[in-house]
Design a protein around this ligand. Structure first.
Ligand code: ADP
Length: 520
């Protein structure tokens, strides 16, 4: 299938860039969405705590108002002789009252209890907190309970007062001074069930604790609500007992979400990198294949034109000298040899690509095989000015091998030594036994191979930089085939090379006495 634009680098780079930008944007949006969601959850929890605190404050206020109504109902201003009884009954009832005063709004002394030496201090303390003028008592609505809540140097003052009118039209102010301990008990009774889940405290304006224990204000889960009408100098404060866990939970959730986003983004980037590398490889391979076709055509063209030229000259019959004719025949022969080697290489390479193997293993003496193959080739390259030294160990034993494949590998190595030699035209060929292997070594004093290229030279189609720069003929498949030949015998090809000094290639073939030798 052909994917449009896939060969266009700009499109690929733009697509990758776009994916990177979109991924980052998506990650950013997702993170902010998560933060928003966590904030929302937090806010709704805080809101529900606020609601809860307000409910409790309302409930306590309601208790006090209910208490006020009872108190109001227990007082009859017209029945003055019964005031002491009424006061005693109120103080004895469980209505939080310490003292009851009946007074005229504009008088400095109470009507009841009658001002006396005994009540002097008590009345003085009461009046220092309760000043009818300051409270604008004359303007109060009749029969409505009102409240006075004050801080005193060592304690708190809390009173309910009601303005009533007698049948005769006299206005009487009744004040109920409340007992602090009883108010505390009222708070405790009504707030007790909150303690299961919350730290609870009631504080005054200076944050002095009136009820409960001091609690932390440093969390967003802290909330305080003022008592609006009755105990209006005080605040109810609550904070969930597990607020550190809640905060940690939110932080962890955010952290996990962040990790998850980073992980997903990393996966996308890694996938992109893999796609990019695969695309680069594919591009390189395509380039190599294109070069390969050009190189092969060129390699075939050169010997073909030489053969055609010399055979044409011979065909005209104009050449008389035998020695010259011999030279031309030799050239035709060696060029056709070169062509057939190249074609064999190509066929072999095609088989290699298809995974097909047309090998014929037989009992082979690699030493003799190499000696024979070198006979003709040696003279050929000696004519090109090469000195060829051959060292063959005659004790190399027979082994099961494919003679044609070994010869092809040898020719590839020799051909390379010739191609990649400069002024130092010397080639050493050695065949020796090395433990359970036969080592076929070809050494040249040529241009050598840079270390960075040494692991790539066995790749299909790969040609070294110098090969291209010096325009050395070749197609980049010789060593790939040589490596394949070594591997199909269960062996390997080793290279040692230094740029400018030469290269040593060793084809290492295991000695196998039978086809199913365990070494295979
Ligand atoms: P090529 O057709 O290019 O010679 P090969 O597969 O035979 O292909 O070799 C791959 C590359 O290895 C060559 O292009 C060359 O750069 C390098 N090479 C192979 N043999 C030698 C050698 N004897 N000396 C220097 N470089 C060599």
């Amino acid at each position: 299938m052909k994917i449009p634009f896939i060969h266009n680098s700009l499109v690929i780079f733009m697509a990758i860039g776009l994916i990177v930008v979109l991924t980052v944007a998506l990650g950013y949006i997702t993170y902010h969405y998560t933060v928003g969601r966590e904030n929302l959850a937090e806010t709704s929890l805080v809101q529900s705590n606020i609601k809860l605190a307000e409910n409790y404050v309302d409930r306590i206020e309601q208790r006090i108002v209910d208490n006020d109504l009872i108190l109001s109902g227990m007082v009859n201003v017209d029945d003055r002789p019964k005031w002491p009884d009424m006061a005693a009954a109120i103080k004895n009832a469980d209505l939080n009252v310490d003292q009851v005063y009946f007074l005229r709004p504009d008088s400095n002394y109470p009507l009841y209890p009658p001002y006396s030496h005994e009540i002097r201090n008590q009345w003085g303390a009461f009046r220092s907190s309760f000043d009818p003028k300051e409270l604008g008592v004359n303007n109060l609505s009749l029969n409505q309970p009102h409240h006075l809540h004050k801080e005193r140097p060592n304690n708190y003052f809390f009173a309910t007062f009601i303005l009533k009118e007698t049948r005769k039209g006299d206005r009487i102010l009744i004040c109920f001074q409340m007992n602090f301990d009883k108010i505390s008990a009222l708070l405790d009774k009504n707030l007790r069930d909150l303690h299961d889940r919350f730290d609870v405290s009631v504080v005054d304006y200076e944050n002095n604790v009136v009820y409960g224990k001091p609690i932390s204000r440093s969390t967003k889960y802290f909330h305080e609500t003022r008592f609006p009408n009755t105990l209006y100098k005080w605040f109810l404060q609550i904070v969930p007992r597990n607020y550190t866990e809640l905060e940690l939970g939110v932080q962890n959730q955010l952290r996990y979400n962040l990790y998850f986003i980073i992980l997903s983004m990393s996966l996308i980037f890694i996938s992109l990198a893999i796609i990019y590398i695969a695309w680069q490889r594919d591009r390189q391979l395509r380039q190599l294949k294109e070069d390969f076709i050009g190189n092969v055509s060129h390699e075939l063209k050169t010997p073909l034109s030489l053969i055609s030229m010399f055979s044409e000259i011979l065909a005209t019959g104009r050449i008389q000298e035998d020695s010259k004719k011999q030279d031309y025949y030799r050239i035709i022969h060696s060029e056709s040899d070169r062509m057939s080697r190249l074609i064999l290489n190509l066929l072999d390479f095609a088989n290699l690509g298809r995974g097909a193997d047309s090998r014929h293993f037989e009992k082979t003496n690699i030493a003799q095989l190499v000696a024979k193959a070198l006979e003709a080739y040696r003279h050929e390259i000696q004519k090109e000015g090469f000195q060829v030294n051959v060292q063959i160990n005659p004790d190399v034993p027979d082994s099961f091998a494919d003679p044609n494949a070994i010869t092809m590998a040898l020719f590839n190595l020799l051909d390379n030594s010739v191609k990649y030699s400069a002024d130092q035209k010397r080639i050493d060929v050695r065949v020796d036994r090395n433990n359970g292997f036969v080592d076929l070594t070809v050494v040249d004093q040529g241009i050598g191979i840079p270390p960075a290229e040494q692991h790539r030279i066995f790749d299909k189609f790969y040609r070294g930089r110098e090969a291209s720069v010096r325009r050395v003929r070749g197609s980049g498949i010789g060593l790939a085939i040589t490596k394949h030949v070594a591997e199909m015998h269960g062996g390997e090809v080793l290279v040692q090379s230094q740029p400018g000094k030469g290269s040593t290639f060793t084809l290492r073939i295991p000695i196998r006495e039978a086809l199913e030798d365990p070494k295979s």
